[in-house]
Design a binder for this molecule. Structure first.
Ligand code: BV8
Ligand code: ZN
Length: 245
């Protein structure tokens, strides 16, 4: 057991109020491609073409092609040991908040309860006409899905570049980070704001990062653990809470 991992486990076992921030690197362990990795989702579709409102206004069919491809690829994908370790940590500490940039719903599927999906959820649709939100988990949607209530064009209920995050979710995330005594950033490239700025709001906390490579956050944390989330998170939880194998 490396010294940093031991140090991180000691900090976790002493923590009473934990805030975890996750990114695509946690779902990567379930086979879900990340955004900026080599096999990344943005290999064929550039972010500016598919992840902003202007792109949707210009070519909704292209944006839906990308989201329907991602929804289809998520079909049958299961949470991995990293997701389950985060759910276990939540069960073991007094106060816990999970802030996720992931839109795939895998944290809830693993049993995480207090989850703030600050970038939305790919399974939900939002009507551009009447504003209805609908859970369309597992369904195959049309190339240009129409609202069952008003007939207007639906969009994925996710936050695109240039769009505001849900103010209530964001306020809850900032409050959770400000009040936590341990902040754990896992599997995020820490380049998308405002989520990447949460680390700097965790003033009084022990700050830990888990990532396979250094990120702009690595120099701002107390403990940077290099490795895969699906391996390090279960190790961390076992070491911190003396969980059996
Ligand atoms: C906002 C949609 C206020 C959901 C996404 C200029 C004009 C306009 C805005 C801006 C601007 N300049 C800056 C901004 C702000 C902008 C921003 O931050 N841009 C960056 C890129 C410069 N942010 C916004 O626009 C946000 N809104 O600021 O509103 C505002 C309003 C108007 C004008 C200005 C400001 C909205 C941000 C949300 C954007 N939506 N996606 C979806 O389709 O999924 S972003 C996209 O990136 C995803 O949401 C994703 O969650 C997010 C972050 O990516 P990561 O999760 O970190 O994934 P990534 O692939 O990058 O990295 C994976 C990491 O995992 C890597 O580090 C890798 O090493 C690691 N890893 C891989 N495998 C493993 C692993 N780690 C461990 N184990 C493994 N096995
Ligand atoms: Zn509608």
């Amino acid at each position: 057991m490396s010294a940093p991992l031991q140090q991180a486990a000691r900090a976790l076992s002493a923590a009473t109020n934990v805030c975890v921030l996750t990114g695509a690197g946690v779902s990567a362990e379930s086979g879900v491609p990340t955004f900026r990795g080599l096999d990344g989702l943005w290999k064929n579709f550039r972010p500016e073409e598919v992840s902003n409102p202007d792109a949707f206004a210009r070519d909704p069919a292209l944006v839906w092609e990308w989201y329907n491809m991602r929804r289809d690829r998520l079909g049958g994908v299961e949470p991995n040991p990293g997701h389950h370790a985060i759910a276990e940590i939540e069960r073991r500490v007094d106060r816990f908040t999970l802030v996720t940039q992931n839109v795939d719903g895998l944290h809830a599927a693993a049993g995480s309860r207090n989850v703030l999906e600050v970038h939305g959820n790919i399974w939900r649709t939002l009507c551009t006409g009447c504003g209805r939100r609908q859970d369309r988990t597992g369904e195959r949607l049309d190339a240009l899905p129409a609202c069952p209530a008003c007939g207007a064009l639906l969009r994925p209920d996710v936050v695109w570049f240039g769009e505001m995050l849900d103010p209530d979710l964001w306020d809850a995330a900032v409050e959770a980070v400000r009040s936590c005594d341990l902040f754990l950033s896992v599997g995020t490239s820490a380049v998308v704001y405002p989520a990447a700025g949460l680390l700097d709001a965790a003033a009084g906390a022990v700050k830990i990062e888990v990532n396979v490579e250094p990120t702009p956050a690595s120099a701002r944390v107390d403990i940077a653990l290099a490795g895969r989330s699906g391996q390090l998170l279960p190790l961390l939880a076992r070491q911190a809470f003396g969980l059996g194998d």
